[in-house]
Design a protein around this ligand. Structure first.
Ligand SMILES: CC(C)(COP(=O)(O)OP(=O)(O)OC[C@H]1O[C@@H](n2cnc3c(N)ncnc32)[C@H](O)[C@@H]1OP(=O)(O)O)[C@@H](O)C(=O)NCCC(=O)NCCS
Length: 172
């Protein structure tokens, strides 16, 4: 059973954040292979308080919009895969719905981020949104590949959190 705004895909359970989310985020986002792209120098590394705040913010997002970021697990066995879903954000000075994705290092390169992205695009359509965006550091080629495989189109370079980022969009 999945609730409104949640998803089950071939391999994944994409769920609304819950009571264990802060701990799941701590494991995911303090992994060096993940953190290096989301907290690049000179940003400080994630600490427990940051990840508790992120979990609370994601829960508040759901309470406000009825959809939002997912905690993603493998259907078979329930191992933590990562974070995906939909997240309102300010991007280049305007409000946009971003597709966030991060996958624990040991489960990367199995197509999971692409599967999460397809499910998130479906959720965005169901929510009646007309566009989703994704942004990353220009040299994050794994993330850019996920954007391309998911049908997003490069629209340019922007500054985000004080660093150059590439911005991709998909009109729904
Ligand atoms: C980006 C990320 C979510 C991708 O997750 P994933 O589950 O491994 O993604 P997928 O398996 O669906 O696809 C990855 C694709 O990138 C490719 N790839 C991986 N590393 C690459 C690299 N260094 N250069 C170029 N392509 C790369 C893979 O080959 C694959 O493409 P393919 O299917 O054409 O072979 C994962 O690497 C991650 O969590 N990175 C850290 C967090 C992050 O960067 N998040 C995005 C910030 S915007």
């Amino acid at each position: 059973m999945v609730g409104v705004g949640e998803a089950i895909t071939a391999e994944l359970l994409c769920q609304r954040p819950g009571t264990t989310t802060a701990r799941d985020y701590e494991r995911l986002f303090t992994a060096p292979e993940v953190q290096r792209w989301l907290r690049p120098d000179p940003m400080p590394p994630f600490n427990r308080a940051d990840l508790e705040r992120m979990a609370r913010r994601d829960q508040a997002h759901w309470a406000r919009y009825g959809y939002g970021p997912w905690v993603v697990r493998e259907r078979e066995g329930g191992a933590l895969v990562g974070r995906g879903g939909l997240a309102w954000a300010t991007v280049a000075g305007r409000r946009a719905v971003e597709l966030p994705w991060a996958v624990v290092p040991e489960l990367q390169n199995r197509g999971y981020a692409t599967e999460m992205a397809a499910a998130a695009i479906g959720a965005a359509r169901e929510a009646g949104l007309d566009q989703v965006v994704s942004l990353t550091l220009p040299d994050n080629f794994a993330s850019r590949r996920v954007m391309e495989k998911s049908g997003l189109v490069l629209v340019g370079e922007i500054e985000h959190v004080g660093l150059p980022h590439v911005l991709y969009e998909l009109d729904l």
